[in-house]
Design a protein around this ligand. Structure first.
Ligand code: SAH
Length: 271
């Protein structure tokens, strides 16, 4: 019987590259890295850190979110780098129902259930820029809705309180914020007209529903030097985004721009 031998492709004394072993080593290294990343993920979750730092989580909306920052915010008057960064970070599509996810970064408000809406990205960015929250400051939001504005604010300070009058929305937002890792945001179901005295006074108060007057308890719960931002005017038509700064000489009032918000309800309407 004749045995056909494999021709020796290397001259004598030459060390052949052992490809299969190299491949196996690479595969094993890949497996180690994956295991390490899963472990880091578990550690991140238990420490309440955003898991994205370690996990491979391709975000199909990342491109369109950055486009929103470029085409809707930068070209208008959003110039605060931190606001631009945060707007490019928060996954807005996770704050609307999946049927609206593809429109989440479009230049308009979207329904969030119970006849309410999440404001267009530009308005969220603008209100955040005007509010100019500094680390450690205490912020109160009236009108949690989806929780998106509260999530955005939580990148500026770890002291964000938010009140929502509709129980279903309050519960949903609480769950959502928790699931997405925004554990520092406190949400309460109640009428924001009365503020949240437990954590007062606040450095900043943001009202994200249209009001025909400023609820006196909100002004009472504002720190001296604090600012309150509110869409003020008709609750059924247009409002003027108004900034009120509490000073020892009284309240300074700045009328900023025309806006349209869903109405603030409850005590403010005598309901
Ligand atoms: N900021 C929200 C959108 C706000 S829409 C977001 O980022 O998604 C306005 C919200 O204000 C609605 O959810 C509405 O239910 C709520 N609201 C209306 N009147 C309120 C009141 N008196 N107190 C608290 N929330 C109120």
């Amino acid at each position: 019987m004749v045995r056909i031998q494999e021709p020796n492709r290397f001259p004598k004394g030459h060390k052949a590259i052992k490809k299969p072993r190299f491949k196996n080593q690479m595969r094993r290294t890949g497996q180690y890295l994956k295991t390490i990343s899963v472990l880091l993920c578990i550690v991140a979750a238990s420490l309440s850190l955003p898991c994205d730092i370690f996990c491979e989580s391709p975000d199909p909306h990342a491109g369109v979110r950055q486009q929103m920052v470029e085409r809707q915010l930068k070209v208008r008057d959003i110039s605060d780098p931190k606001v631009l960064e945060v707007m490019g970070t928060v996954k807005r599509h996770l704050f609307v129902s999946s049927k609206y996810a593809s429109q989440a970064y479009a230049d308009h408000p979207l329904p969030i259930g119970e006849g309410q809406t999440i404001s267009q990205p530009y308005i969220v960015a603008l209100m955040t820029q005007i509010l100019d929250v500094q680390p450690g400051e205490k912020v109160l939001e009236i009108g949690t809705g989806s929780g998106y504005q509260a999530a955005v604010l939580s990148y500026f300070t770890d002291q964000v309180c938010s009140i929502e009058i509709r129980k279903g929305l309050a519960e949903q937002a609480t769950e959502r914020l928790k699931a997405l890792g925004y554990k520092s945001v406190r949400v309460k179901h109640g009428d924001g007209y009365f503020g949240w005295p437990e954590y007062a006074p606040y450095d900043a108060i943001i009202v994200t529903a249209a009001a025909n007057h400023v609820a006196p308890p909100l002004l009472d719960q504002l720190k001296m030097g604090g600012r309150l931002l509110i869409p003020l005017g008709s609750t059924t038509y247009y409002q003027t985004l108004t900034k009120i700064t509490k000073t020892p000489k009284g309240n300074e009032v700045d009328h900023l721009l025309g806006v349209v918000f869903v109405p603030m309800v409850g005590e403010i309407l005598g309901q």
